[in-house]
Design a protein around this ligand. Structure first.
Ligand code: SAM
Length: 483
């Protein structure tokens, strides 16, 4: 629906509408930013919002935007403390590990921030064959990974859905030593309901699609050509994915392209829309920032955000959507990940390569196919060691979706408080597998000490006993236990 005001026509905000410009409504975002700006020093209102947030049921985009705008040091400190507490309550000290697997960088789009753009003639174009996928996945399994996010450019001829499905099938079929990829998340371009159904039937975990920017005008400038230039088709993709049976979807914005306050409000409005229409919000939110890449200079974009704002964004997301996982990739350095992780991050990637075929063999310098420069270049073992040294439990758990706990069933597990009797033991058992099969001696020692200590944090006595037995079975060679 549209209303005319003066000469300009405004689209009406409607959270339940299936039209992009109505559920991500520019006027509603502008009004929200205005409201947030006017109230950023309104202590009474801010205290009320923080009180609401302490109920751990989340915040709407208006309230959350006030928190993001607030610059009163004591209140910002309260925002950080609350984010930390909410993270502990919902995710404990577990951090799930994954790696991206780049299948193909052929792309017909013109995204101005991405090196895959069609006009880039000096990036090496590559597409993995099924034999190469076996090599890549074997290398990833040998690192210890159990969960992948597959990535591909958009090219209906080079990377049709049949290719993606074949790759997923190959990935799941590879059983090398004790290794297995147990969850394949998919980050490919917006597609049709029919194709989403095929992805669902292929047993994918989360379907991830970054909005890049919620601002339609900027979106159209940043995506001048190719199928991705259609803002509505891209923005409505998650509704089609859900219609196709995928109920774990991952949202994200590429921070740096537009004003972060605008993106934050848009992101939350998208989450509210999914909840209102499908009864389940996003499974994850990713917070990538634009990075240097072949033919791409991040300084060419005016809206880069400081590390401090980046952390504040993460804390506000954590408070606004407590049941939604948050993902930080190796686009961020160890130093930034050190700061941000405690504010609400639930998943990180480790040992990542963004080139096509980069895990099996390093690329020759004159054949670079990378999507962007990785800032955290540590090995997976180093990342695991680092997490444990900070008292986090690295988790390779993939149990939920394999036990059918997706969408609202996963959310009710979160809400029931049973996570500590379920996710916590699963984290310990999958960490144990990692220690036995892949860890360096030093990481192994640290991990075994951590597991001994963390066993005491399983509330249910019976569950604890079962975990102790299973840990010993893992040492004897059994694998893949889960609650
Ligand atoms: N082709 C798919 C699509 O169009 O959504 C997604 C795959 S792409 C490999 C994954 C994501 O990388 C993009 O959605 C974008 O946000 C991000 N990306 C692209 N260029 C980047 C850059 N220079 N720095 C950081 N991230 C970038």
């Amino acid at each position: 629906m549209a209303i005319a005001k003066g000469k300009k026509e405004y689209k009406m905000y409607n959270v339940k509408s299936m039209k992009a410009e109505e559920f991500i409504n520019d006027k509603e975002i502008m009004d929200t930013l205005d409201y947030a700006e006017k109230n950023k020093n309104n202590i009474e209102l801010i205290d009320g919002i923080l009180e609401k947030a302490r109920l751990r049921k989340g915040l709407n985009h208006r309230d959350a935007s006030v928190l993001l705008a607030c610059e009163i040091p004591e209140k910002v400190q309260e925002i950080y403390s609350l984010a930390e507490q909410i993270k502990k309550d919902f995710y404990g000290n577990r951090i799930v590990l994954f790696a991206p697997l780049y299948l193909s960088n052929y792309c017909v789009n013109g995204c101005v921030y991405c090196p895959y753009h069609l006009k880039n003639k000096h990036i090496a174009r590559k597409k993995l064959t099924q034999e190469e996928i076996v090599k890549e996945v074997t290398a990833l399994q040998d690192m210890g990974h159990k969960r992948l996010a597959i990535e591909a450019g958009e090219d209906p001829v080079m990377n049709p859905i049949e290719y993606i499905l074949e790759c997923i099938n190959t990935i799941y079929s590879i059983k090398h030593k004790n290794g297995a990829i147990r969850r394949v998340n998919v980050n490919i371009a917006a597609t049709t309901v029919e194709n989403y159904r095929k992805l669902h039937d292929a047993g994918i975990g989360t379907y991830i699609l970054f909005q890049e920017t919620y601002n339609k005008e900027s979106y159209e400038k940043l995506h001048p050509t190719g199928p991705k230039s259609d803002y509505a088709y891209h923005t409505e993709a998650m509704d089609r994915a859900m219609e196709g049976g995928i109920d774990d979807v991952g949202l994200g914005v590429l921070f740096g392209l537009e004003l972060y306050k605008y993106e934050f409000a848009g992101l939350l409005m998208h989450a509210e829309h999914l909840e209102a229409v499908h009864g389940v919000g996003p499974h994850t939110i990713s917070v990538p920032r634009v990075k240097k890449a072949d033919d791409i200079d991040p300084d060419a974009f005016d809206n880069g955000i400081s590390d401090e704002i980046f952390c504040k964004l993460a804390a506000c997301i954590r408070i606004a959507v407590p049941y939604t996982g948050m993902i930080v990739s190796t686009r961020e350095s160890k130093e930034v990940r050190d700061k941000i992780i405690r504010l609400g991050v639930s998943q990180v990637s480790g040992g990542s390569k963004t080139s096509v075929g980069g895990y099996y063999a390093p690329e020759p310098e004159d054949e670079c196919s990378e999507q962007f420069d990785v800032s955290d270049t540590r090995t997976l073992d180093e990342v695991i060691n680092w997490l444990m040294s900070k008292e986090y439990i690295p988790s390779f758990c993939t149990a939920c979706y394999r036990e059918g706990r997706t969408g609202d069933r996963f959310m009710s597990l979160c809400k029931s408080g049973q996570i500590q009797n379920c996710c916590h033991p699963n984290a310990l058992m999958t960490l144990k597998e990692y220690l036995v099969d892949y860890a360096s001696p030093e990481t192994c020692k640290l991990g075994n000490e951590l597991i001994m200590k963390e066993l005491a944090n399983i509330p249910n006595e019976k569950v604890r006993q079962i975990v102790v037995e299973r840990l010993s079975k893992i040492e004897q060679g059994d694998r893949d236990f889960r609650f």
